[in-house]
Ligand binder design. Structure first.
Ligand code: NAD
Length: 436
């Protein structure tokens, strides 16, 4: 049997870079579009055949990529989609953008290993493999390199190039996208880093090479842990400031006038999305392998996870002040996505808040123009279509959970008898509005 390491290189076609992007979600799709725009021939691969069918119909499955931009990319003739791993073989560059969730609070790399398996079966000497999925330090040089070697006999850094290049996309951010956010690249060897840098330079304005995949993996976890910890600081301060009668949002605004040494973070109903609640757990899991505990992360997780229950208790407090029990009260959650400007419900603290309010007997409904349905534990909650007088008729209290710019906040303040503003978006608007 011929070893894969002895297989001839695929013909070098410098001007016709062929890339395969595995995982076509919030991270993978923007990479696909940027690569096509840069002149790269791209095959977009996803295990979800229904997603491929939708993409082939020129419909974007994620709300941060428009159908128009997808249509423009398809019209170049340089883009195809597939769910057949055999179609990956023509690629010379492989970019892995599959989810890295937690399973029972532990890192679940099963989707990475499946994707790496597909890559390993298509890989040839000289190819480039880039892992973008967020993971703990050591994954690229350990798990990924080992699995590829086992399947293909190709050795990272000797036979092919292997890098980690964390995706730093901030869905819904109108200012920073893939192109103008510097891209970190850490290769197993200097040559690997150089190959990764050459590829990504076509896609983004600035590439930041680092010494190894471990620094790149750690940089991504540091960024999200930094946010996680600072949001927890703001959340804990919100609870104390309420007791002390201090307007924390005003204090944060004042502190942010300092031109150095301070960066504002704001309290809210909890943390959500695919990054903040999950990524720090990847780092603390790795630290636990050393027999140590990452106390900052554990404390921040505890504080942030407590916020939905705090919001539920504030809801009860506000209703109590007008002699209404939560049991039987009509409460509407306004904005249920995990963050402003997008319709992504993944890990949204709205689920935990909804569960608590339902358990206390509240009659719960929701309103979010960016979300099509809100199902909690199998129950599709009724949608309030507008924040106008009719929409909010009979509602006792509205919780502003996510302050999308498309929300009718004037209508909310005018038509809801009580508003609990978890985002500080309605400060001083009316006596019926209270903050956290
Ligand atoms: N969403 C973000 O804001 C964000 C930002 C930075 C980093 N990340 C990281 O990027 C990675 C991907 O996240 P996402 O938000 O794009 O996920 P996503 O759920 O939006 O998309 C992932 C896609 O991968 C597909 N998939 C799953 N297993 C696969 C496999 N073995 N082969 C091919 N396709 C597979 C799924 O069907 C899905 O379409 C995660 O590690 C995440 O932590 C996400």
């Amino acid at each position: 049997m011929t070893s894969r390491a002895q297989r001839p290189r695929k013909p070098a076609v410098p001007e016709r870079v062929r890339a395969a992007v595995l995982g076509l979600g919030y991270v993978g799709l923007p990479v696909v579009l940027a690569a096509v725009e840069a002149g790269v021939e791209v095959v977009g691969f996803d295990v979800d055949a229904s997603r491929i069918a939708v993409l082939e119909m020129c419909r974007s499955p994620v709300d941060t990529v428009t159908d128009e931009s997808l249509g423009r990319a398809l019209a170049t003739g340089r883009l195809s989609f597939t769910s057949n791993p055999d179609d990956l073989a023509a690629a010379t560059t492989y970019v892995i953008c599959v989810p890295t969730p937690l399973l029972d609070k532990l890192p679940d790399l099963s989707m990475v290993t499946t994707a790496v398996g597909f890559v390993a079966r298509s890989l040839s000497p000289g190819d480039l493999v880039s892992l973008e999925s967020t993971t703990y330090p050591g994954t690229t040089e350990g798990l990924v390199a080992d699995q590829i070697e086992q399947i293909s006999s190709l050795v990272a850094g000797r036979d092919y190039h292997l890098v980690f290049s964390p995706e730093r996309i901030d869905p819904g951010n109108p200012e920073f996208g893939l192109g103008n956010t510097p891209k970190i690249v850490g290769g197993v060897t200097k040559k690997c880093t150089a190959a990764g840098t050459t590829f990504y330079r076509r896609l983004v304005d600035r590439v930041v090479p680092v010494s190894s995949p471990r620094e790149a993996e750690t940089a991504k976890l540091l960024e999200n842990t930094f946010r996680h910890v600072n949001i927890a600081l703001a959340n804990e301060m919100a609870v104390f400031c309420r007791e002390l009668g201090i307007d924390l949002h005003e204090a944060i605004g004042a502190a942010a006038t300092k031109p150095f040494g301070f960066m504002p973070f704001y309290p809210g109903p909890g943390v959500g999305g695919h990054c903040i609640p999950i990524d720090p757990a990847y780092f603390s899991w790795r630290v636990r392998q050393l027999g140590l505990s990452f106390r900052f992360v554990e404390l921040a997780t505890e504080i942030n996870d407590r916020m939905p229950s705090y919001v539920a208790s504030r809801t009860a407090e506000m209703l109590n002040a007008v002699r209404k029990p939560v049991n039987g009260a009509s409460v509407v959650l306004v904005g249920v996505a995990y963050k402003r400007g997008i319709g992504d419900l993944r890990e949204s603290p709205a689920f935990s808040l909804a569960r608590r309010l339902m358990r206390s007997g509240a009659e719960l409904s929701w309103h979010d123009p960016l979300v099509s349905e809100f199902v909690v534990d199998g129950i599709a909650l009724p949608e309030v279509k507008s924040l106008g007088r009719d929409g909010l008729f009979g509602v006792d209290l509205a919780v502003l959970h996510t302050d999308h710019s498309c929300l009718d906040l004037d209508g909310l303040v005018r038509n809801a008898p009580l508003v609990l503003d978890t985002r500080g978006a309605l400060s001083g608007r009316a006596p019926s509005v209270e903050g956290l």
